[in-house]
Ligand binder design. Structure first.
Ligand SMILES: [Zn+2]
Length: 175
């Protein structure tokens, strides 16, 4: 991991485990997340190659331990509160993915279940992001913003599966 980022990543994970009740599995060496800082443009190329001009993605999680954050300046590891919020969000996805490894995957997968899973996962991630920003930075996120972001994020995930066009006025900062 990028050296300057380790303390903040560690303290967010601690907070999520201690306050949020997530398991401490991330402390095992194999479960520590990797963080990659890229430019917004690189992130767009990575996540929405067919929709670059209309894609407002802010960060991504590869589902397997790597968080990818889109930054104004990837060489500057001093994160803004907004970027910290995004980091909290992606770390929640990391903890969710560690937790999923312990679930029973033998049941058949249905699209309806996938959508339900996305909604639950995104709501949880946006909620912890909001609570963290309020606790540590006094930044209040209105509840309808959380609902809108969940909607945008889930819509984006579905469009990734179905290869749909992403309308440009639907979402800002998909995480
Ligand atoms: Zn997310």
């Amino acid at each position: 991991m990028i050296p300057g980022l380790e303390p903040i990543v560690f303290s967010i994970l601690m907070w999520l485990s201690n306050v949020g009740g997530f398991s401490h599995d991330w402390m095992e060496n194999d479960n520590k997340p990797k963080v990659s800082l890229v430019t917004q443009e690189e992130l767009r190329i990575l996540y929405c190659p067919n929709h670059i001009p209309t894609c407002n993605i802010g960060a991504g999680y590869d589902g397997d331990g790597t968080l990818i954050l889109g930054m104004e300046d990837p060489k500057n590891v001093t994160l803004t509160p907004e970027e910290i919020g995004t980091l909290v969000h992606e770390l929640v996805h990391h903890l969710q993915s560690l937790n999923e490894k312990n679930l029973d995957n033998s049941k058949p997968i249905r699209i309806k279940n996938i959508v339900q899973q996305y909604v639950t996962a995104e709501y949880e991630a946006y909620l912890y992001e909001a609570v963290y920003l309020e606790n540590f930075y006094g930044i209040i996120t209105p509840e309808e913003d959380i609902t809108n972001r969940v909607y945008c994020s889930v819509k984006f995930s579905i469009s990734q599966i179905t290869n749909e066009y992403i309308p440009d006025n639907i979402c800002d900062d998909i995480e």
